[in-house]
Design a protein around this ligand. Structure first.
Ligand code: PLP
Length: 383
């Protein structure tokens, strides 16, 4: 039994090593990328532009760390949680007691909902936005108040403020927002938070933080905190770090808030492989910079292609783009699927818009080929 498990592990390690052995230096990278450029499409007929993942990640160093961690998967990762927590705290210049790890940031959002929304409290959120917290709010018996995005696609902070009563509530701000990739300027958010009643907690979901960094409008609430003990910032390892499958996210908040949310954390909810992967990912700053640069190039190219077709996507501050097709999104999504390209799901509040995660250049060429094959007269798709 033991022997056969070792054999399986060895053969897993060998196949991972085979994947790594293929030279992988896409033109604009400095050799840090671990993926074979063709791996994202290898053996799969569908192009995945549907979940806002990093199509280039994780980095080679992170893949090496994952392979190393496989040697000790028979052991509980006893020291790992504390080590990772300290590393993230050090990164952000806060105390370890201010960091709460989760099995993906979705898990951290669940803990926030369970800690602060139970017993009929209010969740105030934008519409459309990332839906995870809404589903957890419903499970906690909360009332969900959804406020349509403002005409420029940012959160309508004035209307959200007006809907926040003096009763205890949780406000969810996704910045940049999924699915629109839009930003609310930092100063507007600060003014909004300053006006919230003292009974309100606010979650600022910075899942796409690294991709927004280039905008002068943006400053993270971890890097530049405000003096408010009820602000909870969430981050994920699923986006720029390229670790979506391994499930790791975290919250940065006051020790009291971390304690309150931590009551809803599962025992040993972080696995030993992702702990090592995350430590390596945080150290591999060159890789993060390369991923961000590559995404900026891919995003620019998307806008060039869209504009060449007289389309005007919503300004994007993330690794995905949303645009109006002026046709039912469900039909457009189905057309892409039939043409071998998966794009984001439809969003009822914006039901003629599609959300496209940026893929590798060769994948995006397939996207535009499928776009050009849409069976709609082109003039009905333009502004
Ligand atoms: C805004 C936002 N927050 C959180 C998540 C979930 O991240 P995780 O994979 O860490 O659960 C996503 C994933 O799409 C997202 O778009």
């Amino acid at each position: 039994m033991l022997t056969s498990r070792r054999v399986v592990l060895r053969s897993l390690a060998a196949s991972a090593a085979t994947g790594l052995a293929v030279p992988a230096t896409p033109r604009r990278f400095s050799g840090v990328i671990g993926f074979d450029p063709d791996r994202s499409t290898m053996g799969e007929s569908l192009i995945r532009l549907d979940h806002n993942e990093n199509p280039y990640g994780p980095s080679r160093k992170v893949l090496d760390a994952i392979q190393g961690a496989m040697e000790s998967v028979n052991r509980y990762p006893v020291a790992g949680y504390g080590e990772l927590r300290e590393r993230i705290a050090h990164l952000h210049g806060v105390k370890p007691q201010q960091i709460l790890l989760g099995c993906g940031s979705t898990d951290v959002l669940r803990m926030a909902a369970f800690a602060f929304l139970a017993g009929g409290k209010q969740l105030i959120q934008a519409s459309p936005t990332f839906e995870a917290i809404e589903s957890y709010a419903q499970r906690s018996g909360a009332e969900v108040v959804s406020v349509r995005l403002a005409p420029g696609f940012a959160h309508d902070l004035e209307r959200m403020s007006a809907r926040t009563s003096a009763a205890p509530a949780l406000v969810y701000i996704c910045n940049p927002n999924n699915p629109t990739a839009s930003l609310n300027p930092r100063e507007d958010l600060e003014a909004f938070i300053g006006k919230l009643p003292v009974s309100a907690y606010v979650v600022i979901d910075e899942a796409y933080h690294h991709y927004a960094g280039q905008s002068g409008m943006y400053a993270s609430f971890v890097d530049r905190p405000v003096d408010n003990q009820r602000v909870i910032v969430t981050r994920t390892f699923s986006a720029v770090y390229g670790l979506a499958a391994l499930r790791l996210g975290y919250a940065v908040a006051s020790p009291d808030v971390v304690r309150a949310m931590g009551r809803f954390a599962g025992e040993d909810n972080i696995n030993g492989i992702v702990m090592q992967a995350a430590l390596a990912a945080l150290d591999d700053i060159d890789a993060v910079n390369d991923f961000v640069r590559q995404n900026a190039d891919d995003r620019q190219e998307f806008f060039n292609q869209a504009m060449a077709r007289a389309m005007k996507p919503i300004d994007s501050h993330a690794n995905f783009v949303m645009m109006n097709t002026y046709h039912p999104a469900e039909d457009v999504i189905e057309h892409f699927r039939k043409n071998g390209v998966l794009i984001g799901r439809s969003f009822p509040a914006m039901n003629t818009y599609i959300r496209v995660s940026l893929g590798r250049p060769e994948e995006m060429r397939r996207f535009w080929q499928a776009w050009d094959a849409l069976p709609y007269p082109k003039h009905t798709m333009q502004h």
